[in-house]
Each structure stands twice: as C-alpha cells, then as structure tokens.
Design a protein around this ligand. Structure first.
Ligand SMILES: [Fe+2]
Length: 156
C-alpha cells in the first residue's frame, strides 16, 4: 500500500533514492569504523579502541534511522551487501589503514563526505517539498559534522 503523506510520487521516489545512496555510505562507514576498532594498534590502543566503538554504535543507530525513513516513505530498505557496495561512494578503506593516524584521517574524510552528501540531500528534500525528510537529513548532517570534529581533534 502506497503512503498518502502529501508528497508526490515522483518526489517521494527522488527522496528515497537519495536516502538509499546515503544508507550505502552509512553502512560503508560503519564497517570501516568497526575495522578501525578491530585493527588499531599503538600506544593509544585502549583509548582509540573504545572511541571507535562509540562511533560505530552511533552509526548503527543512524543506519537504522535512514532505513526506517525509507520505509516510512513507502519503499523497501536496501539490505544486501552487493547493493551497498554498488551504491557506496565514500572511500571505505580506513578500517584496514596501516596505522592509527591513517585510520583517523580516512574516517574523517568519510564523515566529511557524508556530511556534504547529507546537506545536498536535504536541499533535494526541500525541492521535493518533503520538510520532514529535510529536517531528518539536517539532523544527521549535524551528527556527522560532530563526529568529524572528534576525528579532526585527534589529528591536530
Ligand atoms: Fe569489540
């Protein structure tokens, strides 16, 4: 049954497409952050192992919210690794980077790319006359900007 929530069919599909692209990148960043948690080494091991865990837990929540936003808009949430791999656009190699510095730098770049993607998608949702998704995306952009700052603070 199609949702009757005041958004045209065409606009609903456009917004869902943007959300699906974001979900693929959230999943990629989640896995990269898990990888950093697993693979990090060095004198800061304890602190970074815990820091990465906090961040992948936050990303777990975000993935769930994005997928459920797609459901609220009446579409099936993408749920295959192959589909995510094709839709992913961020560099997701940070979890296998050669040292802690490279891991943090890689994750920082991914958070910044996602924050930019979220702002662009919020503008698309505005054009599509979907203020609820627009507000949701701006909230996510704020979270990614904050996580990016925490990564940046490690590098300064
Ligand atoms: Fe663990």
């Amino acid at each position: 049954m199609k949702p009757n929530i005041g958004i045209s069919e065409k606009n609903r599909k456009r917004v869902v497409g943007a959300l699906a692209d974001i979900l693929a990148n959230e999943v990629a960043l989640y896995i990269a952050t898990r990888g950093a948690h697993w693979n990090v080494t060095g004198p800061q091991f304890g602190a970074l192992h815990g820091f990465f865990e906090e961040q992948y837990e936050a990303l777990d929540e975000i993935m769930d919210e994005v997928a459920e936003r797609i459901r609220a808009l009446g579409e099936k949430a993408p749920a295959t690794v192959g589909g995510y791999a094709m839709a992913r656009t961020i560099d997701d190699g940070a979890g296998e980077a050669k040292n802690a510095f490279e891991m943090i730098a890689g994750l920082l770049a991914a958070h910044e790319a996602l924050a930019s993607q979220l702002v662009a998608a919020a503008e698309l949702a505005d054009e599509a006359k979907d203020p609820v998704t627009e507000d949701f995306l701006i909230g996510l952009a704020e979270q990614h900007q904050k996580m990016a700052w925490m990564r940046r603070a490690h590098l300064a």
